[in-house]
Design a protein. Structure first.
Ligand SMILES: [Zn+2]
Length: 163
């Protein structure tokens, strides 16, 4: 019933043993395999306790990512599930799509970084000039405020200063 995948462990149990294949190997799902990735699930009820593969409709395999090597007590970690995955064609395509998308994004990020590098000299602001203009405007503002008789001294301002 179980289709062996690269995430299955196989052990020799002897021909004719229950669950063994024609060569005497039994395949068991390695839920702690480091390459396991959750795939899209379909939940038939609102309680979401019964996941089925979104693509093939079969029951998925549990993932126990990182649990085996953790310090969580064995009785908790062995029965804890961090996600589900299927090994069917659709689920494999989903994983491949995600990986391709990541690669494309990385590639794109490199292009953007190179584009930025090639423009950084040309997109150089004249900070000296900006400062000059800013000072000119501030001077104008001050002059007009002084002309309008504003008194700059304020007790509340100096009382705010903590000594
Ligand atoms: Zn599936």
């Amino acid at each position: 019933m179980e289709k062996p995948s690269k995430f299955h462990r196989h052990t020799y149990v002897g021909k004719g043993t229950e669950g063994a294949d024609e060569y005497g190997y039994k395949y068991t799902w390695n839920s702690a395999h480091p390459d396991l990735e959750p795939t899209q699930m379909f939940y038939p009820d609102k309680y979401q306790n019964h996941p089925y593969c979104f693509y093939c409709g079969e029951k998925p395999y549990p993932i126990q990512a990182g649990l085996r090597d953790s310090n969580i007590p064995y009785n908790k970690r062995d029965y804890s599930v961090t996600g589900y995955m299927c090994t069917c064609v659709g689920a494999a395509a989903e994983i491949s799509y995600r990986q391709d998308l990541i690669k494309l994004k990385e590639l794109h990020a490199q292009d953007i970084s190179e584009l930025r590098k090639s423009y950084v000299e040309k997109l150089n602001p004249n900070l000296e000039k900006q400062f000059e203009i800013k000072m000119k405007y501030q001077r104008k503002e001050l002059e007009s405020e002084l002309k309008n008789g504003r008194n700059y001294f304020s007790f509340s301002d100096i009382e705010m200063i903590k000594i």
